[in-house]
Design a protein around this ligand. Structure first.
Ligand SMILES: C[S@@+](CC[C@H](N)C(=O)[O-])C[C@H]1O[C@@H](n2cnc3c(N)ncnc32)[C@H](O)[C@@H]1O
Length: 265
């Protein structure tokens, strides 16, 4: 799947707000070694550095384009290209240090098998270390449902047969507590809906989703197909998002947060 750093940062302030809310809940004053798993263009890494100044940091991402952008933005940070599934198994090549914090913001919704991955991430932490993750929990939002509806139409169904499965379903809070509590001293889970006033109206909703959720639906299409898909998507969004008096729309984005503190082993 292709990621465009330029498109992703269009709504950077809105996309980064959950990182600050997540980091505010990490119950550590200091940290020696911190990881940003799925750093994207470096926006979440920047917040992690601000929260733990002086910590040694590794930021990694599966996308070469995102890594390049993160290096440009944060020239003194160590940025490497890894898939989180590989990093957690190898510990990052020869790096044997155990991190105090693993942050993963808006990444793990693209990675399957949380039942295996999340306990492994906790097991990589130093004793008392913290896994802090946030995932968009928006598959029931109309902004997502509409793309699935269009993809299921006969015209698109064959080409887009894998698009819906690209996202991992987010489980209820209790699932994450049950999964992580046996190896943690504390697990905090919360769900927040952010309401973003998008000043460009429906066109901004489309642009936001093009930076993230729409990618598996657009990547398999040629330019003409993409344009038709986006027109159909735009029309459906108009039925669900009524403009405010100033022409903005209020775009709801529910997100699930997990902060898991590794037990002192
Ligand atoms: C929505 S962006 C999040 C970027 C940043 N963390 C933030 O807070 O805005 C998702 C990022 O996850 C990366 N990603 C997707 N699957 C991944 C994987 N399996 N391992 C590592 N990174 C992955 C993508 O390349 C992309 O940069």
């Amino acid at each position: 799947m292709r990621w465009s750093a330029a498109r992703y940062v269009t709504f950077e302030a809105e996309r980064t707000r959950p990182v600050y809310d997540l980091l505010a809940t990490v119950p550590l004053d200091t940290a020696a070694y911190v990881i940003d798993a799925g750093c994207g263009p470096g926006n979440s890494t920047e917040a992690l550095i601000a929260r733990f100044p002086g910590a040694s940091i590794l930021a990694f991402d599966s996308s070469a384009e995102m890594c390049a952008e993160a290096r440009r933005r944060l020239p003194s940070a160590r940025v490497e290209q890894w898939r989180v599934e590989a990093w957690v198994n190898t510990g990052g090549g020869v790096d044997l240090r155990r991190p105090d914090v693993i942050l993963s913001n808006a990444v793990l919704q693209w990675v399957p098998d949380h039942a295996v991955l999340l306990p492994k991430l906790v097991d990589r932490l130093a004793p008392g270390g913290v896994l802090a993750l946030q995932v968009p929990d928006n598959l029931a939002e109309q902004s997502h449902v509409f793309m699935e509806e269009i993809a299921a139409e006969p015209e698109w169904a064959r080409l887009l047969r894998f698009a819906t499965a690209a996202r991992t379903r987010i489980e209820p809070a209790e699932y994450y507590v049950r999964l992580l509590r046996p190896r943690c001293s504390d697990v905090f889970v919360w769900r927040t809906t952010y309401y973003h006033e998008l000043r460009g109206g429906i066109a901004d909703v489309v642009e936001w989703m093009r930076g993230t959720g729409l990618r598996p639906f657009l990547d398999p299409l040629d330019e003409e197909g993409r344009s038709r898909f986006l027109k159909a998507y735009h029309r459906k969004l108009e039925t669900a998002y009524a403009p405010l008096d100033n022409g903005s729309v209020l775009f709801a984005m529910p997100r699930l947060f997990v902060v898991a503190v590794a037990a002192n082993r």
